[in-house]
Design a protein around this ligand. Structure first.
Ligand SMILES: Cc1cc2nc3c(=O)[nH]c(=O)nc-3n(C[C@H](O)[C@H](O)[C@H](O)COP(=O)(O)O)c2cc1C
Length: 180
């Protein structure tokens, strides 16, 4: 299996990035192929809604997504991690998601037979965002054609240091990875 991780935190030392990397690294240890990209390090423009992709020719913007489109198309599992900001994904993650529009619009490049794993870290210890996670499952990943195999919210995490003290959450990342 090919596993592609996308990290949507602007932080270098990031809790959500740590979880995505843990999932992909464990998958590689178990014999899969794995790649991780950090959006904060990449040149990824916002979708400008030019509708060029509606002509079935892919995305007109030529940036880091050009290669990532191919990697997504080749991957079996997409793992997307984001911090929660004001109850939603980070702007970096949203920019990435919007750029997936060309998969929706190109009849020759439909997403099928691929899984997605949604990873989130949030400072809030309560389950405040469950409906948002489900909404994103239905209206982003499944709408694009992915089968969402896991929604993995890590609650009560403000920093990577706090995450590293929560063995149950780290164990959950390994468990999710083993099911890939
Ligand atoms: C701009 C901003 C907005 C945030 N909004 C929320 C929020 O609405 N709910 C919440 O639980 N945590 C919120 N947080 C806390 C982050 O979700 C938390 O620090 C997270 O672990 C950061 O993940 P990262 O280390 O991967 O960047 C916010 C943090 C920032 C910087």
């Amino acid at each position: 299996m090919k596993v592609l991780g996308i990290c949507g935190s602007p932080r270098k030392e990031s809790s959500s990035t740590y979880l995505v990397e843990k999932i992909v690294k464990t998958a590689v240890e178990n014999g899969n192929d794995g790649t991780v990209h950090h959006i904060r390090n990449l040149n990824i423009s916002q979708c400008n809604a030019c509708d060029y992709c509606g002509e079935g020719k892919g995305c007109k913007l030529d940036d880091a997504m050009t290669d990532i489109y191919e990697e997504i198309y080749d991957a079996d599992v997409l793992v997307v991690g984001s911090p929660i900001y004001y109850g939603e994904v980070s702007a970096q993650t949203k920019t990435f998601i919007d750029r997936l529009y060309q998969f929706s619009m190109n009849p020759n490049r439909k997403i099928k037979d691929k899984k997605a794993i949604q990873v989130y870290t949030q400072g809030e210890a309560e389950e405040l965002y469950t409906s948002y996670f489900d909404y994103q499952k239905n209206n982003t990943y499944e709408l694009l054609g992915f089968e969402v195999s896991d929604i993995f919210p890590a609650l009560g995490i403000m920093t990577k240091e706090e995450l590293l003290e929560k063995q149950d959450i780290l164990d959950k990342a390994v468990e999710i990875s083993k099911s890939i």
